[in-house]
Write a protein that binds this ligand. Structure first.
Ligand SMILES: [Cu+2]
Length: 153
C-alpha cells in the first residue's frame, strides 16, 4: 500500500463503506448521528476538553437540546489522539474500519485528530436528544479508556 492510499481520508473511506451496506458516520442524507455541524454566526457555549493518556477530561458533558457548543480540544498527551462525536454504535463501527486503516485521517465537522500538544475546535449543534459520545478510534485507545459521554436533554 503506498502512502497516498494509506492516508486516504476518512470521509472517502466512509463514503465507500456506505455503498457496502454499512453506512457509518454519515447517513444517506448526509446527516450525523450526534446532531449537526454548528453555525459560526450563532452563539456557542465553550467547553474545553483535554485529551490525555488514555482518557478525556471532562468525561461527561451535559447540554440542552438545541444548544451549540464550541469544543476547544487540547491534546495534553504524548501521542496523537482523536475526538469523534457520534453515537456509541457508530463509533464502534468506525473503530472496526480503523483497525484496517489506522492512519485514516480525521478532519470533519464532527471530529478531528490532533498530534501531541496540538489544539483544535469543533463547533457542534446538539439538535437531537439522547446520549452520545466522543471517542478516540486510534486502535486500542478506546479500549484503554478514551471515551466521553454527552447527555443531551
Ligand atoms: Cu487516542
Amino acid at each position: 500500500m503506498n502512502k497516498t492510499q494509506r492516508y486516504i481520508s476518512c470521509g472517502v473511506m466512509l463514503a465507500a463503506m456506505a455503498y457496502s451496506a454499512a453506512a457509518v458516520a454519515h447517513d444517506k442524507h448526509g446527516g450525523y448521528s450526534a446532531g449537526e455541524p454548528g453555525d459560526p454566526k450563532k452563539p456557542a457555549r465553550e467547553i474545553v476538553v483535554s485529551m490525555n493518556e488514555m482518557d478525556y477530561s471532562p468525561a461527561v458533558i451535559e447540554v440542552r437540546r438545541g444548544e451549540q457548543i464550541r469544543f476547544v480540544i487540547r491534546n495534553a498527551g504524548t501521542e496523537a489522539h482523536e475526538f469523534l462525536l457520534a453515537t456509541t454504535a457508530e463509533n464502534l463501527k468506525h473503530g472496526e474500519a480503523m483497525k484496517k486503516n489506522p492512519d485514516m485521517e480525521h478532519d470533519e465537522p464532527n471530529g478531528l485528530r490532533l498530534a501531541a500538544k496540538k489544539s483544535g475546535e469543533i463547533l457542534w449543534k446538539f439538535s437531537k436528544a439522547g446520549t452520545f459520545e466522543y471517542s478516540c478510534l486510534i486502535p486500542t485507545h478506546r479500549e484503554l479508556g478514551m471515551t466521553g459521554k454527552v447527555i443531551v436533554k
